[in-house]
Design a protein around this ligand. Structure first.
Ligand code: HEC
Ligand code: HEC
Length: 412
């Protein structure tokens, strides 16, 4: 039986079972049998294990073998002299440290198919002559590919949401919430354990799988609306609209949803990188003697360090906190967040010890007297909202027994 007359199905079967040596099959047949099906497959390619959008193997496959070969060669993805070193094969061979089992199977198939086809194609003089002028249909800019890479996405998740996990873990982390059993049923505690301890990437995935991230309406995601009590939350308020925390959560969720929906194509569509990192510490601040007029209002503090060398306050804040004033006793209390500059070379070191160092700080108190943040959740309090300034210095150990306590300044 000649290779030509053999039915496609039979050939495929023999190839897969190893009964027909790969070398006996022409590049054209390999392309038809092994490569085109990858382009038509409704399944995601192995690339999506690391690229949340912008990269799909099918984008590299054209309708014809000639066009596919020429476009890949022209894009530097096929190395005609050392086919086994082709960049496309390196892309496919990339695997995470702990690959998903199913994806690993897909990857194996893709790699076998492209290895066989490329090895055969580079020996075909007709293909070597092929001209295409077509670029691989990967119209997404490199900045977008980078932005949508899983490691970058997870790193932004860590900065925006995971860095606040200290506000959630006592009730939502299975290694911390067992004491809730009794007050709640064991199954209920399990059902709300959306944190995977020590694993932000898995936690992000779990938030999606449990519907706690809403990809259609990111700002309606329970992971945001529950702790901000825009809907009922068994744990009560954990942060409020108008806070840096609210903005960080919202920004991440909107960006994540845009990535998953493939909404970015050009760099100008990407959200601007933040110049501040706002990270939760375990230091607590309490303000007492707050005038009755501010009962129930959102109050934000911004702390500015004393710069001894130029004898003035720094212009950029170094810490912040945001909560509502308790009406009954005129008290406000919250955990403070360190504010680090993303431009500062010392930042990676500083974020390892999340503690505001002992020192002298100016405390600016901003109050949302008009309730602006209660309707515009992303609104930022500014100098216009300033209701008092005071100073703080001395040791500031973490924990709330006791917190650092300051009195609301008498007059402005
Ligand atoms: C294990 C994770 C992982 C997988 C799987 C993966 N990539 Fe990547 N990819 C990366 C990383 C990390 C970078 C950036 C580092 C670099 O440029 O070497 C990258 C960069 C890229 C780039 C950017 C430009 C370039 O030349 O490096 C492209 C295009 C790309 N990958 C395509 C693919 C394709 C196509 C697949 C699937 C066949 C794929 N990747 C699978 C991790 C992965
Ligand atoms: C004091 C305990 C407590 C804390 C702290 C807490 N929660 Fe909750 N949370 C609950 C309880 C109880 C429920 C279940 C009742 C409900 O859905 O409101 C819940 C439900 C949720 C749900 C829905 C879970 C599901 O799968 O149904 C999300 C999402 C959530 N909380 C987010 C947060 C976030 C984010 C934080 C931290 C910023 C946080 N919670 C802090 C007690 C807490």
């Amino acid at each position: 039986m000649s290779k030509r007359s053999m039915s496609r199905a039979l050939r495929g079967l023999l190839l897969l079972s190893g009964l027909l040596p790969l070398e006996s099959v022409s590049a054209g047949d390999l392309f038809q049998d092994r490569i085109l099906p990858l382009a038509k497959s409704p399944e995601h390619s192995s690339c999506t294990e690391c690229h949340f959008s912008g990269v799909e193997l099918r984008n590299y496959i054209q309708d014809s073998e000639q066009a596919t070969f020429a476009s890949l060669r022209d894009a530097g993805l096929i190395d005609t002299r050392h086919p086994e070193k082709s960049k496309l094969l390196q892309f496919i061979a990339r695997r995470p440290e702990e690959p998903n089992e199913l994806t690993e199977k897909v990857r194996r198939q893709e790699l076998d198919a492209f290895t066989a086809w490329i090895n055969s194609a580079v020996k075909d003089p007709e293909l070597l002559k092929a001209k295409s002028g077509i670029r691989p249909a990967n119209e997404v800019a490199p900045e977008v590919i980078r932005h949508a890479r899983k490691d970058h996405v997870v790193s932004r998740f860590v900065d925006s949401i995971w860095s606040e996990i200290g506000r959630c873990q006592n009730c939502h982390s299975p290694d911390r919430n067992q004491h809730q059993i009794g007050r709640m049923k064991k199954e209920e505690v399990e059902a709300i354990s959306w944190i995977v301890p020590g694993d932000p990437a898995a936690t992000l995935q779990k938030l999606v799988d449990t519907g706690n991230i809403d990809l259609e309406h990111p700002d309606s995601s329970p992971v945001l609306t529950k702790p901000a009590v825009l809907v009922e939350h068994g744990g009560g308020p954990k942060f409020f609209p108008g806070s840096d925390t609210y903005r960080k959560f919202s920004a991440f969720l909107n960006d994540y949803a845009a990535i998953r929906a493939n909404r970015y194509a050009t760099p100008s569509e990407l959200p601007p990188a933040s110049d501040e990192l706002v990270l939760l510490t375990e230091q607590q601040l309490r303000i007492t003697n707050i005038p009755k007029a501010f009962a129930g209002k959102s109050l934000q503090v911004n702390l500015f360090a004393w710069n001894a060398s130029n004898e003035n306050w720094e212009t950029n804040r170094c810490a912040t906190a945001f909560s509502r004033v308790n009406g009954k006793d005129g008290i406000w209390q919250n955990q403070i967040q360190l504010v680090l500059s993303t431009q500062d070379v010392e930042t990676p070191k500083k974020r390892k010890t999340l503690l505001l160092p002992e020192g002298r700080y100016k405390v600016e108190i901003l109050i949302d007297t008009e309730g602006q943040t209660e309707t515009d959740y992303l609104a930022r309090l500014t100098d216009r909202n300033q209701q008092g300034v005071t100073e703080i210095s001395g040791p500031w150990p973490p924990g709330y027994q006791p917190p650092r306590i300051i009195k609301f300044p008498e007059s402005r």
